[in-house]
Write a protein that binds this ligand. Structure first.
Ligand code: UGA
Length: 445
């Protein structure tokens, strides 16, 4: 099929690359000329395992506008960002509406009969997709030659495993308004996902829009729940590792997203939980559980900071090695990263930071530009540990679990580790002569 993807973030680019790899003719459009310039030169603007090679292998057309060639596509996928507003953290839908506006205008210029499907993949509150359709129809001036169907197809890919998640989805949710579009899209999805019989859920559009928010909110709930249990473990003399395993072995609960730590970050969970909370409020409902999930997440980092300050007897004029800047492993994304938050709080309290991350240093440097006197970026974890009064693990990079602790200990001022992601083996760390502090009662473990 001829497919036009609007937006070249994680979702748009990965979707476009996977579609092209399955033999579809793909055009990716983004207003960001710098990004498009990079992509045209075969450079990937974001880090995502496997994405560069997929983009190199397939020929995708990159454009800054929906031109004549792009508007001739059969299917349009809108995958632009819906970042939170600075003022009230409601989702900013202007990029979705701008894309709809441009698409409507361009479709309006088409001569001859055509059937077009517009898929919204951006995360949007229920009602938005229908509004987008109305906007496009308005631009089309209800011309009879264009038949248009709109579909909401929530995206469930995770950064760091985006291609795998796209090719092997647990489910494909299609919020549809016509059988015709459902039939075409089922065929389209079957052409690129790697499962024999992918699990489809066909539903109405507002329900599909809600599935996305509810899924992210539920996963965030699991994380905040396990973080609360972890705190209780610390108070009651239990250890979260065993508790988390014990809970997760129940198939009804499942073991995923039960890793206690510093809380959730990234461009999705913080944004989507707040958006859902606003949505509830707009309908006159107080979503108590979700409010608690958000509160617990904010509290979690404060609890850890408190622990650090207590153990170190304050952090003023102390040098702290900090491992991990990205919001999670396998990405260079620092949006809403707890690690960055943690650095801010430590600097505010007078600490000097020596930070290392396998991928996110460039973005973190940009973030801290102008404040370089309090933070040094290091090429290796060993460099970050050198001369430090303590080492904090803030991101769950797997490579941090294999550090040569003896080597580190020799160069540190004090052998203290704060493991904010419960990544290390407590006993091994203690055997190497470190004081070890983690989340959820490892001190006793
Ligand atoms: C999340 C969802 O998992 C995806 O399904 C969804 O498509 C995506 O948001 C989105 O809406 O676009 P992502 O934010 O990329 O994906 O990353 P996750 O792996 O879900 O991690 C989110 C945060 O939760 C990270 O900060 C991670 O450290 C934290 N986390 C995750 C925990 O603290 N504990 C866990 O057990 C799991």
């Amino acid at each position: 099929m001829n497919i036009c993807v609007i937006g070249t973030g994680y979702v748009g680019l990965v979707t476009g690359a996977c579609l092209a790899d399955a033999g579809h003719s793909v055009i990716c459009v983004d207003k960001d000329a710098e990004k498009i310039g990079l992509l045209k030169k075969n450079k990937t603007p974001i880090y995502e395992p496997g994405l560069s090679s997929l983009l190199r292998k397939n020929s995708i057309d990159f454009k800054t506008e929906i031109d004549r060639e792009a508007v001739a596509s059969d299917v349009f996928i809108i995958a632009v960002g819906t970042p939170p507003n600075q003022s009230d953290s409601r989702p900013n839908l202007s990029f979705v509406y701008d894309a709809a506006d441009e698409l409507g205008k361009k479709l309006g210029d088409l001569k001859g009969k055509a059937y077009k499907i517009v898929i919204i993949k951006s995360t949007v509150p229920p009602g938005t997709t229908s509004r987008v359709k109305k906007m496009i129809l308005k631009e089309l001036k209800h011309k009879k030659n264009i038949k248009l169907d709109i579909v909401f197809n929530p995206e469930f890919l995770r950064e760091g495993s985006a291609i795998k998640d796209t090719l092997y989805p647990d489910r494909i949710v299609l919020g549809i308004e016509s059988e015709r579009s459902a039939k075409i899209l089922k065929k389209l999805f079957k052409s690129f996902v790697k499962q024999e019989n992918p699990a489809f859920l066909l539903t109405d559009i507002p329900s599909a829009e809600m599935v996305k928010y509810a899924s992210n909110a539920f996963l965030a709930t699991k994380i905040s729940f396990i973080n609360e249990i972890a705190y209780l473990c610390e108070l009651a003399g239990a250890n979260i590792d065993g508790v988390s395993k014990g809970i997760g072995m129940d198939k009804r609960i499942g073991k995923a997203f039960l890793n206690a730590g510093l809380g959730y970050g990234g461009s999705c969970f913080p944004k989507d939980t707040k958006a859902l909370d606003h949505l509830a409020g707009d309908h006159g409902h107080v979503f108590h559980l979700l409010k608690a999930v958000i509160d617990v997440n904010n509290m979690q980092k404060k609890r850890f900071l408190h622990k650090i300050q207590k153990v170190l007897n304050g952090v003023e004029n102390k040098t702290i090695g900090l491992l991990g800047l990205a919001f999670k492993q396998d990405t260079d994304d620092i949006r809403e990263s707890i690690a960055i938050d943690m650095i801010d709080s430590l600097i505010e309290r007078g600490a000097k930071i020596k930070a290392h991350d396998p991928l996110a240093e460039k973005k973190a440097r940009e973030f801290f530009s102008g404040r370089e006197k309090n933070i040094v970026f290091c090429d290796s974890p060993y460099e970050a540990a050198k001369g430090s009064h303590a080492l904090i693990i803030a991101t769950e990079w797997e490579s941090f679990a294999r550090l040569d602790l003896s080597k580190m200990r020799k160069t540190m001022k004090k052998p203290v580790i704060f493991d904010g992601r419960n990544l290390l083996d407590p006993q091994k760390v203690k055997n190497k002569g470190f004081a070890y502090h983690a989340v959820g009662g490892h001190e006793r473990g």
